[in-house]
Design a protein around this ligand. Structure first.
Ligand SMILES: [Zn+2]
Length: 95
C-alpha cells in the first residue's frame, strides 16, 4: 500500500483576485470576474471592494453569523456546489 501525500502548493501566479476574499466575502473568481457563491450573481470588476459591497448589501445579515472554521467550511460547501453546477453550464472553472 502506498500512500500519496498531497502537498498543498501555493501558486505564485500573479492574480488580481485574492483567495482571502472567498472567505471574507463569499466570492470566487470565474474568467477574471467575481462571482458570489451564495446567490451566484456575477460581480463585474475584479476588485475586492465590489465583492465586499455585494456581500455587505446582500448577505451580511445572514452570513455574518458564520466565523472562523465554520465560515471556511461554509465557503467550501458553497463553492463545491457552485462548481458542480458550473460544469453543467460549460464555464471554465478552477475548482
Ligand atoms: Zn450574492
Amino acid at each position: 500500500m502506498s500512500s500519496v501525500s498531497r502537498k498543498r502548493k501555493l501558486a505564485n501566479e500573479k492574480r488580481v483576485f485574492q483567495v482571502k476574499w472567498e472567505v471574507l466575502y463569499f466570492v470566487t473568481e470565474v474568467n477574471y470576474t467575481i462571482q458570489c457563491i451564495i446567490c451566484q450573481q456575477m460581480i463585474s470588476v475584479t476588485k475586492g471592494y465590489n465583492g465586499r459591497r455585494h456581500y455587505e448589501t446582500m448577505h451580511r445579515k445572514k452570513y455574518d453569523a458564520y466565523a472562523g472554521k465554520i465560515k471556511e467550511d461554509k465557503v467550501i460547501q458553497l463553492k463545491s456546489a457552485l462548481c458542480k453546477q458550473t460544469i453543467f453550464f460549460n464555464f471554465f472553472y478552477q475548482c
